[in-house]
Write a protein that binds this ligand. Sequence first.
Ligand code: PLP
Length: 342
Amino acid sequence: MNKLKNIVRENIQQLSPYSSARDKNNTKKGVLLDANENPYGSLNRYPDPYQNKLKQLLSDYKKVAKETIFIGNGSDQVIDLAFRIFCNPIIDQALTFSPTYGMYQVTADINNVKLVNIPLKWNFQINREKTAPYLKDNSYKLLLICSPNNPTGNCINHKDILFILKNFKGAVLIDEAYIDFSDYESSIKLINSFPNLIVSQTLSKAWALAGARIGIAYSSPFVISLFNKIKPPYNVSELNQKAACTALANKELFLKKKKQILSEKEKLAFELKKISCVTKVFPSQANFLLVKFSSPIRVFQELQNNGIIIRKRTNQVPGCLRITIGTPNENQQLINVLKQIK
Ligand SMILES: *Cc1c(COP(=O)(O)O)cnc(C)c1O
């Protein structure tokens, strides 16, 4: 714990956080004349700043203590707060493995922190020899791993994650936005052994709540207390907390939708492999497929001309476009257009 404290920015350690009106006494009973709210209406009160009801549901569901859970306004907020806790602008650096999620670079840039991208190997796994020297350099305070990785679709090998956790003294954030689609085990179970580990998940993908902006960080109670210390006081709206609780209470619907998306993914991969302009369909542990085309820009344009929008990833992975799994009907429309392209 003491060692971990050393990697926290000095000003964040010293900070006295904003104390919101409901911090200590989060009750909505009694005569509430403390927060300058309007006494009339249905959304007139500030939301629970610590989202206790939602955290209780997640705690039961994931079998982890409530003190190990932080809720962000999307996992993008979790990533941003992690930069702000651990990395002094200009002075400190962060690490990630490319190709990966573009928001890491943007968030590093916003925070004026240099992000070093270590290239993944040909199979999109971590190159240990290239990585090892960085792990020993203590100017690196934060390391981001995306698993399943966006846009490549694969999971990072568990033994490489352990190698990093055992050798890196800074904070390690494992972004598991797509873990619910994967048959790999989450790294959440490692948070008790590695207090510098943060595992982020989201309700935006498998839980179908991208519009509600609910991101989750699981970590040691010490790291969670830092997130709480620097977060905007009411970072998750009442409406969003309610939407998240409703979704989590309906696990049947979640499992049904997830099963449908996974079976559509298999079908789509099978169909894509038969199409002449497709040169490779990468295996995927997520709800998208990374696909290599002989002329990707033309394919992208042609799809766009037909009202089908996919993601150009040619700068990250040569020749590749990323396709999200849609409804059976949407996937069929995609296949129909691709079949016309010579
Ligand atoms: C989609 C995605 C997220 C989700 O971010 P939210 O802010 O929770 O919607 C996070 N990480 C990765 C790698 C993603 O692809």
